[in-house]
Design a protein around this ligand. Sequence first.
Ligand code: ADP
Ligand code: MG
Length: 250
Amino acid sequence: MSDNKTEQKPVIRIENLHKYFGDNQVLRGIDLEVMPGEKVVVLGPSGSGKSTMLRCINALEETTSGKIYVNDVDITSPKTDINKVREHLGMVFQRFNLWPHKTVLENVALAPKLVSGVNKAEAEKKAMEMLKRVGLAEKANAYPASLSGGQQQRVAIARGLAMGPKALLFDEPTSALDPISTSKIEELALELKKDYTIIIVTHSMQQAKRISNKTAFFLLGEIIEFDKTEKLFSNPCDERTDAYINGRFG
Ligand code: ADP
Ligand code: MG
């Protein structure tokens, strides 16, 4: 075998992932590979298992069977230190999940302090840099409740960036936001996509086309089609993808 140093390995690799909640089979054999620098949109109707898949990648949810590798580390192995894996992943949820009794700066600095054991001064310095990056440095000492939804989501993104992750996982980051806040988050995502590998779950096809280079169409716990975004939207292989993207889904 040749020793090719430029050969890239996937940041995230999912193999035959199955997930049950009781009798409810939510993921039915998911395979997905996300290479460094790729921007993948996951599109599909509600209840298809998109959030569950993202939560499995971050080990927020236990898998029933199958493998998930993050930077080649098998996160389904009981031997794996999940906190170490999570340092490589920044997760942003639909509901921002900020701590209400902590300031914006404290919210962003918390994970590096708890998970990586970074000291307070260093964690806050990094947090401040990330707040600048999302355009909210002036809100560092404010409490989340005094911010708009869009601003809270930008804080949540800063928090996701604070660990210095390789990949960002967004779960419908704009579905609780008004159109103006949504476009601000999209602009931020477009700016971040230069530096990060991204997986973003969204209902917005506009967002998929703007942000991603690849799209996975998810339906009832399966990935029906995974292709370059342009190709999937212009010439889908599966008639269910075609029906969904052209609004004929029923
Ligand atoms: P999506 O994000 O595509 O809308 P989800 O992953 O949220 O889909 O949900 C897929 C299915 O899994 C749904 O039927 C939902 O009710 C079920 N589900 C999700 N989380 C849980 C849970 N913690 N316990 C039981 N069922 C769940
Ligand atoms: Mg969801």
